[in-house]
Design a protein around this ligand. Sequence first.
Ligand SMILES: C[S@@+](CC[C@H](N)C(=O)[O-])C[C@H]1O[C@@H](n2cnc3c(N)ncnc32)[C@H](O)[C@@H]1O
Length: 220
Amino acid sequence: MSFLETNWDNIQPPYGVYVGAPVGGIREPSVASWTHDNAGMYMLLKCIELFKPIKVLEIGTFDGFGTIKIALTMDYSDDCVLYTIDSGGNYDLVGVGKEAVKIDDPDGWERVVERRNKHLAVNCRCAVKYFEGVSREILGVVVHKMEHWDFCFQDSVHIPEFIIEEWLLYKNSSRVGSIVCFDDIKSTNGFIDYFETNEKNWVTRQSDIGHGSFWAERVK
Ligand SMILES: C[S@@+](CC[C@H](N)C(=O)[O-])C[C@H]1O[C@@H](n2cnc3c(N)ncnc32)[C@H](O)[C@@H]1O
C-alpha cells in the first residue's frame, strides 16, 4: 500500500481545526486569506510530518507564510531542502490575469515582499531556496537543480490548463513514492479528470475540506 492509501485518514484535520488560530508557530498572519485555511494547512503539514520528505518543491511562495511552516516541519534531517518559486508579482508574465491572485493587503505587493523576506530569513534546520520567475520559465531549471522531488506543493494558479502546463514541467523529476498536493482544487476542477485519465502510475486522493485539495502519489 502506498503512503497516501495508508495515511489518508491520519492526515485529516480533527474536528475544530477548521476555524480559529492558524496552525503552527508563526504569530504574524498571512496577508492573504488562503493561508488562513487551517484545514488545508493542517493536512499539508501533517503529511510532511509523517512522510518526512527530504526534497520539497513549493510552487507559489507568495509571502512565505506556508513556506516557513513547511520548512519548520522539515526538522527531522539536516539534508532537508525546500525549493520555492514565485513569479514575484509580475502578473503580465503569469498570463492568467491579476484576478487569479487576490491580494487582501491594501499595501499590495511591497508588503507581501517584506513579509516574504522576513519569513525566508527565519532560522530553521531545513535549507530554504527561493527562486523568482514565472513557472513556465524557471520550473524546469529548478527541478533540474533539485534532481528529484519527494513532495510538491502546487499552489500557484488553480486553473486546469495552467496546472497541466506546470505539471508537465516537473512531473518527470518525481520518483516512485513522490507525493504531490495540488492546492485549492475541488472535485469539480477539470484537472482531476485530466490527471486520472493520463497518470496511471499515480494513486490519488481528493478532499473538499476547506478550499479543497487533490493529492497523488507515484506508485510505478
Ligand atoms: C496562492 S499564492 C501562494 C500561497 C503560498 N503557497 C502560501 O501557502 O502562503 C499563489 C502565488 O503563486 C504565484 N504565481 C502565480 N502564477 C505563477 C507563475 N506562473 N509562476 C510562478 N508563480 C506564480 C503568485 O505570484 C502568488 O504569490
